[in-house]
Design a protein around this ligand. Structure first.
Ligand SMILES: Cc1ncc(COP(=O)(O)O)c(C=O)c1O
Length: 438
């Protein structure tokens, strides 16, 4: 304990943060002393049901025993050797596992420490392989906050005061029928994917290295594309001799009820980026490509001092085993039940504009029906209601995320180990909170 020689409280932690941590933390609202499974506990002894997993990270549950054991065992061997200087077993084993679990012929991995690094590394690889430089990404998408991936992130709010980012990035429309003029607020008709060539013609020099997409968009508001969307982008990428990069940082590792979100669609990405759920909370990122693509990287082309930390890689191996031993199936089962319950909320409340998602990656879009939304499509997003619902839920002992391009989407992304009883408690709580705050 620092200067405080008493047991910390929420207030003491907050005051230390206030004084010593750069002031971006205010959005966090439950100081964390301890966490187990789907439960987090603050410094004042309050327990919360966690249906946000520290932004979709602790997929195998907080302090999953098998993962903790694997990490401890590795801690007893060695903690660091730089995985690109000292080849070691956890990296070798994890790379081999990833070649087995990733889609298609993806075979070789690079390990880093975070999602944003995975995205940037994947772009470097795509540029090196194709010899081209431009990148297409999706409006409202999110790929990270370092300057390279920030360029792909399709939301000005993250860039204000920080530009310029990297050049040569253009954006296509998201498959967000609910707020799309072409789809008139109805289900996505894939107009966005069929317009990609137009964007390439008018916003690029035709020197395309990659199309980077989230197969299910997370930060943008849990947006699930229709069948055909990803396949269309894959076809366009390949017509331009470019690569399709699936950013599975948030949607991967069982989150959507299958290992990868791309498993739900008929498309095969050329590179898959990973982080968040990969090591159940230990910092690790990765991107995986076919041998042909991966082998364009030569020694020295890319490196990370901490990347592929052996403790994190050991944790990742245990995480994958846990996911395959029932957690992905649980995500699919609970997710199907959850989607039905959320449909009931949509039918019951005017303020619930749309509910959507796959598996345990579900969103509830809150709206104000007395006003019209952006570009005259649908009802206005209601971020104030989302804030109130979130606070109300916290008072009921439930941590639920808020996100979306307009900050009006409740995000239900619990550990994949969540039980039906816990999920029922979360959704009953959400229903009561909406009832109270609308
Ligand atoms: C799809 C996606 N890509 C990349 C990132 C960036 O990951 P990180 O915060 O680990 O850099 C995120 C984080 O939310 C994400 O959701």
């Amino acid at each position: 304990m620092s200067k405080h020689d008493h047991h910390p409280t929420n207030a003491t932690i907050e005051s230390q943060y206030e004084e010593y941590v750069m002031p971006i933390w205010k959005s966090l609202d439950v100081p964390l002393e301890r966490a187990t499974g789907c439960t987090v506990q603050d410094f004042d002894g309050n327990e919360y049901l966690d249906v946000f997993s520290g932004i979709a990270v602790t997929n195998a549950g907080h302090r999953n025993e098998r993962v903790v054991e694997a990490a401890k065992d590795q801690l007893d061997e060695f903690v660091h050797g730089c995985s690109y200087v000292h080849p070691n077993q956890p990296v070798a084993d994890l790379a081999e596992r990833l070649s087995e679990v990733t889609p298609g012929d993806l075979q070789k991995s690079f390990f880093c420490n975070s999602g944003t690094e995975a995205v940037e590394g994947a772009i470097k690889l795509a540029r090196k392989y194709t010899g081209s430089k431009e990148v297409l990404a999706v409006e409202m998408g999110f790929h990270g906050r370092t300057l390279g991936s920030l360029a792909l992130t399709g939301n000005r709010a993250y860039k204000a005061g920080m530009a310029p980012t990297i050049n040569d990035v253009a954006h296509i429309q998201p498959p967000y029928g609910y707020r799309c003029q072409s789809c008139d607020g109805g289900p996505c008709t894939n107009a966005c994917a069929t317009n990609v060539e137009r964007v390439i013609d008018s916003h690029t020099a035709g020197d395309l290295a990659a199309i980077v997409v989230e197969p299910v968009m997370g930060e943008g508001g849990i947006i699930v594309p229709p069948q055909g969307w990803l396949a269309e982008l894959e076809a366009v990428a390949h017509e331009h001799d470019a690569l399709l990069i699936a950013d599975e940082v948030q949607s991967g590792y069982g989150r959507t009820g299958s290992f990868w979100a791309v498993d739900h669609f008929e498309a095969e990405p050329d590179i898959v980026t990973q982080a968040k759920g990969i090591a159940n909370g230990l910092p690790l990122g990765a991107f995986t490509a076919s041998a042909e693509v991966a082998d364009t990287f030569q020694a020295g082309d890319h490196l990370s001092t901490f990347g592929g930390n052996p403790v994190a890689c050991a944790a990742a191996l245990a995480t994958i085993a846990e996911l395959e031993d029932g957690l992905i199936d649980n995500a699919a089962d609970q997710g199907a039940w959850l989607a039905e319950r959320l449909d009931e909320l949509e039918a019951r409340f005017d303020v619930v504009g749309e509910t959507r998602g796959l598996g345990l990656m579900q969103g509830v879009e809150l709206v104000d029906t007395s006003e019209t939304g952006p570009q005259g499509v649908g009802p206005a997003p209601d971020s104030t209601l989302a804030k109130h619902v979130s606070r109300n839920l916290r008072e009921r002992g439930i941590v639920m995320g808020v996100g979306g391009f307009h900050t009006n989407v409740m995000r239900i992304q619990p550990p994949l180990s969540i039980s039906r009883t816990q999920l029922e408690r979360a959704i009953d709580g959400l229903e009561a909170a909406i009832e109270a705050e609308r």
